[in-house]
Design a protein around this ligand. Structure first.
Ligand code: AMP
Ligand code: MG
Length: 408
């Protein structure tokens, strides 16, 4: 049977990154940069004060001490946002606010708290003179132009996932519009005669469709757009009609759940083959063996298993990497980490994804399974912090051994 790695490679090989579009900065959080960004200007933009205080010439303070206070005359008042016009001469100071431009001649700022000027509430005019009793070092409390980021330096690379702090930096650089990759559009459907929408009253033999909700949220968590098609019954016609809807929506990928196993009413594989082809429909993994990949009418199709935990695992292992490739993302949104097994774990030799709680034991991330690993037991996934990856061929992992884990 196909290994997880080979199955993932086969799937990924058919996808290309989407086209790019230009959007406003405010809309760009969670999107993927389609261009490299270099700084068009220095940061800070100009030499400015790191404190509310007095801009001075540090040389004037060389003899200041408690026994020999220094008094300077205040010749200007420089609020943030103004452009100072004075040049400080010997014995002169300017009151200055945090973020205000340093006037010519000044090379240091003494904080107001270190002076005799006590009128610190808003609206107080600058004093005529200011006195203090210590040496002020050259450069003290001055943020020099270009020290954080010199103009021309590379800031963010194409493929970067834009986080809130990135938006702040891009705004500092005056970038109002930004080129990002288009959000992948993913059609989603559930299949099964037993399924009712969450707000429909239950009747004998029926259950609520839970996969649609979990999978739609997963797709959105990968910053793709969900085109929700609804629930198909276990008939060829019903499955076909929802797949046709997906084609009409011109999506990048069709994702379904259930109906791809060997049950008497599992029509999904057959319908796909009637108007497309299946590349594979089983993978050597647990949970989630019945997992289909192919194309329908030229559109890539992934048929996840029906059991809720299997559908979730199938998404993380196969669909999330596709969404990252489609959206141009260069890093992994859920990288694996090493954790230590806090109990002996048995496996059946298939590559297994086991639900586990991670606790910090003397600084070491230690994993214990969250109970019953049945593929329908969603509660044990809800209680888990991670999926432990037990490699194919391994039947037993002893206590203390390290394994890879996907943090949830
Ligand atoms: P199937 O692959 O159709 O044999 O479904 C396997 C199991 O998953 C069955 O117990 C189904 O009832 C269950 N199942 C299928 N689809 C869903 C869904 N959308 N939400 C919750 N459970 C489902
Ligand atoms: Mg079914």
């Amino acid at each position: 049977m196909l290994s997880v790695t080979e199955a993932r490679e086969r799937i990924l090989s058919v996808f290309q990154t989407t086209a790019s579009e230009t959007i406003s900065l405010i809309e760009s959080s969670g999107r993927i940069l389609a261009v490299d960004i270099a700084a068009a200007n220095d940061l800070p933009l100009f030499n400015n004060s790191a404190m509310d205080g007095f801009a001075i010439r540090s040389v004037d303070s060389s003899n200041a001490a408690p026994a020999s206070p220094l008094t300077l005359s205040v010749v200007a008042d420089i609020p943030a946002g103004s452009a100072p016009t004075v040049t400080l001469g010997q014995g002169q100071a300017a009151r200055i606010m945090t973020g205000a431009q340093i006037p010519a001649g000044a090379d240091a700022v003494i904080p107001v708290e270190h002076t005799d000027f006590n009128e610190r509430s808003a609206g107080q005019p600058a004093p005529q003179q200011v006195t203090f009793t210590r040496i002020v070092k050259t450069g003290e409390n001055i943020r020099l132009r270009g020290t954080d980021l010199p103009a021309g330096n590379m800031v963010l690379k194409k493929g970067h996932f834009l986080k809130p702090q990135d938006l702040g930096l891009l705004a500092m650089l005056g970038i109002a519009n930004i080129q990002v990759y288009k959000k992948p559009r993913i059609a989603l459907l559930s299949t099964g005669d037993e399924l009712l929408k969450v707000d429909e009253p239950l009747t004998a033999g029926k259950i609520h469709d839970s996969n649609s909700y979990a999978l739609a949220a997963l797709i959105e968590s990968a910053n793709a757009e969900v085109i929700y098609l609804g629930i198909a019954n276990d008939t060829r016609e019903s499955v076909k009609s929802l797949l046709q809807k997906a084609i009409a929506e011109n999506v990048d990928l069709i994702v379904s759940s259930a109906g791809v196993s060997v049950g008497a009413f599992d029509f999904v594989k057959e319908v796909i083959e009637s108007n497309g082809s299946l590349n594979f429909w089983r993978v050597n993994m647990r949970p989630g063996k019945p997992l289909a990949f192919g194309e329908y009418n030229g559109k890539p199709f992934i048929g996840l298993p029906g059991n809720p935990v299997s559908a979730f695992v199938g998404f993380e292992v196969f669909v999330r990497p596709v969404l990252e490739k489609l959206s141009g993302r260069s890093d992994r949104s859920k990288p694996t980490v090493k954790v230590r097994c806090g109990e002996e774990i048995e496996s059946d030799g298939r590559e297994s994804y086991l639900r586990a709680k991670i606790r910090n034991e003397n600084g070491i991330h230690t994993a214990t399974l969250t109970g019953n690993q049945g593929s329908g037991n969603l509660l044990s996934l809800v209680q888990a912090d991670a999926l432990l990856i037990i490699p194919a061929g391994v039947k037993c992992v002893p206590v203390g051994q390290e394994v890879d884990a996907i943090l949830l």
